[in-house]
Design a protein around this ligand. Sequence first.
Ligand code: ATP
Ligand code: LTN
Length: 329
Amino acid sequence: MKKIFSGIQPTNVIHIGNYLGALKNWVALQDEGEAIYCIVDLHAITVPQDPKILKEKILETAALFIACGVDPSKATLFVQSSRPEHSELSWILNCFTGMGELKRMTQFKDKSGGDQDNVTAGLFDYPVLMAADILLYQTTHVPVGEDQKQHIEITRDIAQRINSKYGETFTVPEPIIKQSTARIMALDDPSKKMSKSSPNASSFIALTDTPDQIREKIKKATTDSGSEIKSSPTGEKPAITNLLRIFSGMTGREIPDIEREFEGKGYGEFKNALAEAIIEELEPIHKKFEELMADKEALHQILTQGSQKIAPLAQETLNKVKEKVGLGI
Ligand code: ATP
Ligand code: LTN
């Protein structure tokens, strides 16, 4: 039986890159095995956060998961910091991880912007906490976007290292990366990944954007030279390729089918149809999100129950590791 684990940080806004690259797959996978989905607030504090906003975002993120189709009666939802086993296992795994391995992580290099002395040790150590999240639940599959592939590889390396030193301790997990939507690019610059932390709000479409905001952002989205609505998997037309991938992800239609529909038509017509397709997919999500946010008590309860449900598994793995390493009395 598949054991699925994934997480999203409760920071900024969840955008259509997160939705197509990760969340949509989470929903599909909850019917294929035991799924555990986590709001990774400990990861969020690796960069400065306003405490009041962070708390509010944790609930909003839970509401968005459910609004997007994660069903709390099928999948377990919980907040990372509510289970102390994550931090504890993370410390132990730190002692089995090399500085050199962490220095090679491209996300750390990107996020520290070359100024490694002025970011937190938490940001450097971020992949080890992520490894703890995954390994604690003996996860078999981790649905993520392309940017997290290297973090799953280091998780596998750490698990294999401990397994070969102490005998079978952890399940070695596999990533699930849906290639067509694994890396949705920024609307203002198709050479950059669509990112929550971008200072330019026009670079992403948030799941909570209004229809007018969506129309405006798609209208402004960068396009390539020429006027053909045709993708180029080899990279000469990165902007239109990205817009076609978004169109396909939102509607479930194949890219060649969309290209045929817009043959001989211009960007204007294509962009109008794309904006409407996004609005149509997001409308029920907005509605559900508003309903869920109106009953915060119910959201608290879902998250508390989720955390209690998975406690025995987290404790079992942690105790096993402590025993093998020789910790405790
Ligand atoms: P930031 O860019 O600020 O680091 P983020 O947008 O990557 O944040 P996360 O919470 O780090 O957001 O990612 C949540 C999930 O969404 C991860 O599985 C990640 O791989 C996926 N994801 C993030 N951005 C994209 C994207 N542009 N395209 C596809 N998947 C993405
Ligand atoms: N690092 C991921 C979020 C994350 C995660 C995880 C994803 C934290 N722990 C465990 C999958 C499994 C991100 O920010 N994109």
